[in-house]
Design a protein around this ligand. Structure first.
Ligand SMILES: [Fe+2]
Ligand SMILES: [Fe+2]
Length: 138
């Protein structure tokens, strides 16, 4: 499975969110590395925690900007965020309970989802945010 590397084709035209997507992809790649290198459960737990926390932070940043500017597709977009957050939290819980091995399928799912979301729903807000100031969530 290929690691994702951020490149211009993933740009959504909002610097704040491009920067956050780079960090989010970094968390996914860290999980991929930890799995490939057979890292301990303790380390994988930390990497998963980091991924979940950053995912929530990033989604919150986008959603605050949607609210601030009254983005018309906010509800549908937020539902997608909720779906993925729940999925990531479920994986985290299953892993902690010893019921999940972070498999290639799990990683593929996470990476594909994030990539498709950036290229689809996130890229869709490009023209809406053009010329608007978007700050990262504190
Ligand atoms: Fe999004
Ligand atoms: Fe995003």
């Amino acid at each position: 499975m290929a690691l994702i590397s951020w490149n211009e084709s993933l740009s959504v035209g909002v610097d704040t969110f491009d920067d956050q997507h780079k960090v989010l992809i970094g968390h996914l790649n860290a999980l991929h590395d930890a799995m490939r290198n057979g890292k301990s459960n303790e380390i994988i737990t930390k990497v998963l925690d980091g991924l979940v926390k950053y995912t929530v932070y990033h989604f919150t940043s986008e959603e605050k900007a949607f609210e601030q500017y009254d983005y018309p597709d906010a509800d549908k977009h937020k539902a997608e965020h909720q779906f993925f957050t729940q999925k990531a939290i479920d994986l985290q819980k299953q892993f902690q309970a010893g019921k999940l091995f972070i498999s290639v399928d799990v990683l593929n799912f996470l990476m594909d989802w994030v990539q498709n979301h950036i290229l689809g729903s996130d890229a869709a807000y490009r023209s809406f945010f053009a010329g608007k100031t978007v700050k990262a969530e504190e």
